[in-house]
Design a protein around this ligand. Structure first.
Ligand code: IVH
Length: 731
């Protein structure tokens, strides 16, 4: 039981708090400590002990509960010339329509509306006097912000002087510019990686990251670096220990400073309004932007002034669908009345203007509980940990699982089972755990331990090579998890595309002992399937094959004569997917010839390379693999391509890229036809690309081709190329 503190202990506590705070102030803010580190440490320790003894004394702002350098972050206050307001939100089309209807009612008709992206960044206020930047400040409470002007020299995106262009308006005596500073997505991800590496929580969104980085006292850090460097110079010769300690300090402060300036250098700015002005009287918001742009300030190229609500909703819907087209994160669209006179008539509440509204998109980063970390054994034996989370809605779908790739990744992310975690849908498709919310821990979280035995077959797990991050179950032949994955893979779309051979059928074939491994698949008979409940039903007391079984047998029969490359993919040779398999099939036209080829011969094939070649050689070296091939051959599975491959095709040596949707043929067909004639089909456009085939709604590859001057073919050119060769092409 703890006793209550006496008055004397309360007094002692207060005195210690004052002393520690004073020491911190002198150390961090004034750069002039008056006591030594040991004295400070003793005082601090006494305070901690006292609080442990009497927890009632602890307050939220006790120095034991605040970060030592917190005062380091303090900035001078700056009063904004005109208040910086926030925005009201609309969640959905209806709420936007209600806002527009209100405007229409108040004004008699709907005014022109300026639409722009709501940038996920941090609002700033920049005052320019006679074209010179005077202050850069954060929004703060809207009336008073923090003065971060000292950091501006590290942010090249913020112009320090405004210059009039020859045919634009003159630079005014005074203009207060408002905008958003933000990190491009790629930089945001990099900063979060750094946070994880330092054992800190990642930033949940780019706004926090921008705020965290802009609100750093780079000037203080610079002085600190100068101090510790000077201290290093003063270490007496021969005192190795002191020297090492001083050097570590210099390195640490230097690294911190570099991270800080590097991040500031990557901050971008987009302007989205003006406050006070003198000598500058634009009549619309869009006119103001044009003037700001002419003086060298960055305005958004995606801004539009639209005459009606339907068009505004189109704009909103477009960026809702294409929010990743922009280099920075957006969390909505801001709609503003363009005309300043009308803005003035509508006025503002104490919080937000009535002439503007933010249409908010659903968030892409959410928080959820990490319930467990389990492991999955894949087709090639790779053991991957994955996160099991409380189901949560993110970017339109409910997510409860996400891969964590390997044990190193779990450590790198610093997540513990039981943590609250940040979860996002990377590229809106694959869910990704970003990292833990460290502040939310209560001590009950436990670290994940990678199993040492395969959870399916109890074989000891090990990395293939010492340097591998992945560990694998080496029992490739009979580990049930690997077997099931391989059998399922044979039926998958990119392999032999066997309808009826889904996950459940693959499991039933194995569980009921109808196949020992994939070698038995093509010898399956109706009699075999009759032994399994999964493949049968009762018809008037008679046991007959069900629909699925009949489909499966029929599809297996069809699969036997499918293209050779599909057979190759079905063998589950590591790294051999459709691309490599097509290249191999086109060149060797025979599985026995591929099995007999040397690594060098294989690697010479366009689109194969040494890693794949090595994997192919190693695969055929394993006895039971050859047995699978022999069984398939005996069952009538295609082992050679029928067409002749006597000489190089007409398109040998050419590299072709396909983008967009083709009419008349699928991309796979086009690709197969090109490869058959010797062309190499790749995924990215470079100077070495011979042609780019452009279908409907092409991607950025068409732009790239245009930039690099690579010839582009439409579908009819492609047909001509395939039928008559490159000489006959007309553009
Ligand atoms: S206009 C009086 N425009 O969103 C108008 N704000 O939720 C005030 N924001 O504090 C702001 N993009 O930090 C405006 N294109 C944009 C914006 C934008 C992002 C931020 C800004 C504001 C917050 C309100």
């Amino acid at each position: 039981m703890t006793s209550l503190p006496e008055q004397s202990e309360r007094d002692r506590w207060r005195r210690l708090v004052e002393q520690v705070e004073d020491a911190r102030l002198r150390y961090y803010q004034r750069d002039a400590p008056t006591i030594g580190d040991d004295e400070y440490d003793a005082m601090y320790r006494e305070l901690v002990n006292l609080e442990q003894q009497f927890p009632q004394l602890i307050t939220a702002d006790s120095p034991t509960q605040t970060v030592g350098g917190a005062r380091d972050q303090m900035f001078e206050p700056v009063e904004h010339l005109v208040r910086m307001l926030s925005l009201d939100n609309a969640f959905g089309d209806e709420e936007l329509a209600v806002w527009a209807a209100r405007l229409e009612k108040d004004l008699g008709s709907l005014p022109a509306l300026l639409c722009e992206l709501k940038v996920d960044g941090l609002a700033v206020d920049i005052v320019y006097e006679r074209g010179e930047l005077r202050t850069l400040a954060t929004r703060g409470d809207g009336r008073v912000g923090e003065d971060v002007t000292a950091n501006v020299r590290h942010i090249p995106a913020i112009p320090r002087t405004l210059t009039a262009s020859p045919d634009g308006p003159p630079v005014p005596d005074l203009v207060e510019v408002r905008g958003e500073v933000y990190f491009p997505v790629a930089k945001f991800l990099e900063i979060n990686d750094q946070m994880l590496a330092l054992g800190l929580s990642p930033f949940a969104n780019p706004r926090n990251a921008a705020a965290g980085r802009l609100r750093q006292r780079v000037d203080k850090r610079e002085r600190e670096l100068a101090d510790v460097t000077a201290a290093l110079g003063r270490v007496p010769l021969g005192n190795e220990k002191a020297l090492a300690r001083a050097q570590t300090r210099v390195d640490r402060v230097g690294a911190d400073l570099e991270r800080a300036t590097n991040a500031l250098g990557a901050l971008q700015l987009v302007v989205h309004g003006i406050g006070a002005r003198d000598g500058f009287e634009p009549s619309t918001q869009s006119q103001a932007y044009a003037a700001l742009a002419s003086w060298g300030l960055p305005v958004s190229a995606r801004m539009r002034v639209l005459p009606e609500l339907a068009k505004v909703l189109e704009f909103v819907a477009y960026y809702g669908q294409n929010r990743h087209e922009v280099s920075h994160e957006i969390d909505g669209v801001v709609v503003k009345v363009d005309d300043f006179a009308i803005q003035g008539r509508l006025g503002s509440t104490s919080r937000a203007p009535k002439w503007a509204i933010a249409y908010k998109y659903p968030p892409e980063v959410v928080r959820t509980r990490l319930l467990d970390i389990q492991v999955n054994v894949g087709r090639t034996g790779r053991v991957t940990p994955f996160a099991v989370m409380e189901p949560v809605l993110v970017s339109g779908t409910t997510v409860s699982m996400a891969t964590l790739h390997n044990a190193h990744e779990v450590v790198r992310k610093g997540v513990l089972i039981g943590d609250m975690v940040f979860l996002r849908k990377a590229g809106e498709i694959i869910p990704e755990v970003l990292g833990p919310v460290v502040e939310d821990r209560d001590g009950t979280e436990v670290a994940f331990v990678m199993p040492t035995l395969c959870p399916q077959c109890r074989t000891e797990l090990r990395p293939e090579k010492e340097t591998d991050a992945d560990i694998r179950c080496p029992n490739t032949r009979s580990c049930p998890a690997q077997l099931r994955e391989r059998i399922y893979h044979v039926g998958s779309r990119g392999a032999l595309d066997i309808e009826g051979l889904g996950w459940k059928a693959a499991s039933a074939l194995l569980d009921d002992g109808l196949v020992q491994d994939e070698g038995d698949l093509f010898a399956l008979t109706a009699a075999d399937l009759r032994a399994s409940q999964f493949f049968t039903r009762h018809d008037d007391d008679e046991l007959v094959l069900n629909e699925l079984a009949r489909k499966l047998l029929h599809q297996i029969e069809l699969a036997k004569s499918k293209d050779l490359w599909r057979v190759l993919v079905s063998l589950s040779i590591r790294h051999v997917g459709p691309n490599a398999a097509q290249a191999l099939a086109a060149n060797f036209a025979s599985i026995p010839l591929i099995a007999a080829a040397s690594a060098q011969e294989l690697a010479e094939v366009e689109g194969v390379g040494s890693i794949i070649a090595q994997a192919v050689v190693e695969w055929f070296d394993i006895g039971w693999h050859s047995e699978v091939v022999r069984k398939w051959a005996d069952a009538g599975v295609r082992m050679t391509e029928e067409r002749s491959v006597s000489g190089p095709g007409a398109l040998t040596g050419m590299t072709v890229v396909i983008t967009g949707t083709l009419d008349e043929m699928s991309r796979d067909e086009a690709k197969a036809a090109l490869i058959e004639q010797g062309a190499k089909v790749t995924g990215s456009v470079s100077k070495k690309t011979t042609f780019v085939v452009v279908g409907d709604s092409p991607g950025s590859k068409a732009d790239k081709a245009e930039q690099l001057g690579v010839p582009m073919l439409d579908t009819s050119n492609l047909r001509a190329l395939l039928e008559r060769g490159p000489e006959e092409l007309e553009f």
